[in-house]
Ligand binder design. Structure first.
Ligand code: TXA
Ligand code: MG
Length: 349
């Protein structure tokens, strides 16, 4: 299959491209499109066959459910059994935006979309191109991140092209994604809402609106064998470059010393990298330094994280040390993705 790629300017959206994309969706095809979080791989969310094409293109296990994307609040109602008050309050604050909510699903949502669960995840993004595209399709759009399963999520059209070219019909190139980490996921189908995946809408922001919000164990630490996360996707290895990723965290000065020590002790034939903050970038010796941003600007670090993990492959790095960051606010989401990329290999200093 030849993958068509079209650039779109979000300030002057070319409607002919949107119509072409919508036609592909209506005939059961797949279109990758930009959102404010990461690029999504879109298919008709009410078409079970489109869902199986998505799983196939990504190489994704089919017990891992897909998020349905809508372009107005009214489109939520037919997809869910009920809209709890907590969901209304979160929607008022954060929709459209980088927040996904899990509801009890209605019967029109195919089980292929929900991975056999009786719940469904819904997101109303704010990216203008995403909204025009979803609205033109006149159906909810099922869209996982548009990467090969297990690889870092794509924050640029070139990342999608690298992973999925030849396997999907079209890529809409809308430039770099604003947030760069996937949406926050909250299960609102339970009496006490639970954070299933941290993101740009932080736990602190959710609690400000709802009061009590619990945190699924899979957000913070590796699950024991046999333990099940509430978001099935959280059990899979994720975001991994080919390199071994090792997080070093703790006192910032000791962290630099420890990383330099580990580099000096390592096999000299290995290509070693460090994912470093702006503040520490000149302190590392005998390695490729990938600068992720200043500790004073977590938004930029979040936006750069997946790009840095992909760069490890580009530079053929064998082992990469990553500086650990503080795990409050946006740091919770950044460290959650980094820990998964590292397979929870963490050295505390
Ligand atoms: O920012 C995002 O959410 C991006 C963009 C494209 O919107 N999408 C995305 O989708 O990250 P994906 O498929 O890569 O991640 C969806 C996550 C998975 O961990 C999945 O297990 C979880 O959402 N999920 C989906 N439906 C669920 C449900 N009914 N209950 C619990 N978790 C669910
Ligand atoms: Mg994903």
């Amino acid at each position: 299959m030849k993958t068509q790629i079209f650039k779109i300017d979000s300030d002057n959206i070319d409607n002919t491209v949107i119509c072409k994309a919508a036609d592909i969706i209506k005939s059961g095809g797949l279109v990758a499109f930009p959102t404010e979080t990461v690029y999504g791989l879109g298919g008709d969310g009410l078409n079970a066959e489109a869902a199986s094409k998505i799983y196939l293109a990504k190489g994704r296990p089919s017990d891992n459910p897909l998020i349905l994307h809508i372009s107005s609040f009214d489109e939520l109602k037919p997809l869910v059994k009920k809209i709890p008050e907590s969901a209304r309050r979160l929607a008022r604050e954060f929709w459209p935006g980088p927040l996904t909510m899990v509801f009890e699903k209605s019967d029109i949502v195919p089980k292929e979309i929900s991975g056999g669960l009786n719940t469904v995840a819904i997101r109303y993004p704010e990216n203008k191109i995403a909204l025009e595209f979803i609205s033109a399709c006149k159906t909810p759009i099922a869209a996982p991140s548009a990467n090969t399963s297990g690889r870092p999520s794509p924050t640029r059209a070139s990342h999608v092209e690298f992973d999925l070219s030849g396997k999907i019909d079209m890529i809409i190139d809308g430039g770099a994604c604003e947030f760069g980490l996937e949406s926050t996921i909250v299960d609102v189908s339970l009496d006490v809402p639970i954070l299933l995946r941290p993101g740009a809408i932080t736990l602190e922001m959710l609690r400000e609106v709802l009061g009590r919000v619990d945190v699924d164990k899979a957000v913070l630490s590796k699950l024991e064998d046999g333990e099940k996360p509430k978001a099935p996707g959280m059990k899979y290895t994720h975001y991994s470059p080919s390199a071994d990723v090792i997080i070093v965290r703790g006192d910032r000065e000791k962290m630099v010393d420890k990383i330099n020590q580990l580099i000096s002790e390592d096999d000299k034939s290995k290509n070693i990298g460090v994912i470093a903050t702006e503040e520490n970038k000149d302190k590392y010796k005998d390695c490729k330094v990938l600068v992720i941003g200043s500790v004073k600007n977590p938004q930029l670090i979040a936006a750069n994280l997946f790009k840095m993990l992909r760069k490890c492959d580009y530079y053929k790095i064998d082992k990469v040390f990553a500086e650990g960051l503080c795990e409050d606010e946006l740091g919770l989401a950044i460290m959650n993705r980094l820990k998964k990329a590292a397979g929870y290999c963490i050295i505390d200093v």
